[in-house]
Design a protein around this ligand. Structure first.
Ligand SMILES: O=C(O)CCC(=O)C(=O)O
Length: 275
């Protein structure tokens, strides 16, 4: 149902792991259809800049939506997918809080990468291994189209690398880890990479002739979900597991858990505009 013990071990020892067959083919088709709907409705924003951190690039695009859950009941429901609820506690422990969701779409031939960073440079939780990203390959993610890459190891994950403003993005920060240690994670569509909040990661440019999208969810252990974080980062803050979890009822005023199959069905109605 979820990931295996070898993957849990890899995450705990190396700060990352991956699963090539996490979402099925129908779910992937639904993700592409939903992203197509969002694109048609103008929900994406190009965050790539011309090297000054301000002027939006007219030639390169890193198209982002953050957060996603306010614009898509489909992606809101994805966090409650039974496989997600079974997997994340194995990586960071229970109870799990949903922290953030976003998408990065890299259009064919001119998609920009996202520079190296540690998510914890934004989030600043006490124990960087108690938060994890789940990065979903919505299309086959390869070396050629700039798949996600990580610098593995708990030493680096537990260290605070120096970050500065990324001049090629209108809001991101970046660091400069030892790139000779990087491990690219190639994934078929529907595969996922998990990497803890301290693991440096980046994506490359997409110069192929097909679009590539990655959807990223961030989860953290409840013990790291402090008032300070709440006030600073405007997180989603949905309790996903543990005694305070209500299947979304408390946070959204309606039960979200259990709606995934119908959301997939609904999203597939937009298959004609799929990315
Ligand atoms: O997909 C990308 O370009 C970047 C993903 C990322 O940096 C993240 O999920 O934190």
């Amino acid at each position: 149902m979820s990931i295996g013990s070898e993957q849990v071990k890899q995450f705990k020892e190396q700060g990352y792991t991956s699963s090539p067959t996490f979402f099925n083919e129908r779910e992937v088709r639904a993700m592409r259809a939903e992203l197509g709907r969002l694109r048609r409705e103008g929900a994406f924003r190009n965050v790539t800049t011309d090297g000054d951190g301000k002027t939006q690039s007219k030639t390169n695009e890193n198209l982002q939506i953050c957060p996603l859950y306010t614009k898509s009941t489909f992606f809101r429901a994805l966090a409650f997918h039974p496989k997600v609820l079974a997997t994340i506690p194995q990586l960071i422990g229970d109870p799990v809080v949903l922290h953030l969701d976003q998408v990065f779409l890299k259009p064919a031939r001119h998609g920009s990468g996202t520079s190296w960073h540690q998510d914890n440079a934004y989030f600043k939780i006490e124990q960087p291994t108690r938060g994890t990203a789940m990065w979903i390959a919505v299309h086959d993610a390869t070396l050629a189209n700039g798949t996600i890459r990580v610098v593995p190891g708990l030493d680096v994950a537990n260290s605070k690398l120096e970050h500065s403003r990324d001049p090629h993005s209108d809001h991101h920060i970046r660091c400069y880890p030892d790139e000779s240690k990087q491990v690219p994670i190639e994934l078929p569509a529907g595969g996922v990479a998990f990497f803890c909040y301290g693991t440096p990661h980046a994506t490359g440019a997409n110069n192929t002739d097909k679009d590539r999208a990655g959807v990223a969810f961030h989860f953290l252990h409840q013990s790291c979900y402090t008032d300070e974080l709440r006030s600073r980062a405007k997180p989603i803050g949905t309790m996903l597991t543990g005694p305070e979890a209500s299947g979304g009822l408390k946070e959204y005023g309606e039960k979200i858990q259990g709606t995934w199959d119908s959301e997939v069905e609904k999203a597939l109605e937009n298959e004609a505009v799929a990315v």
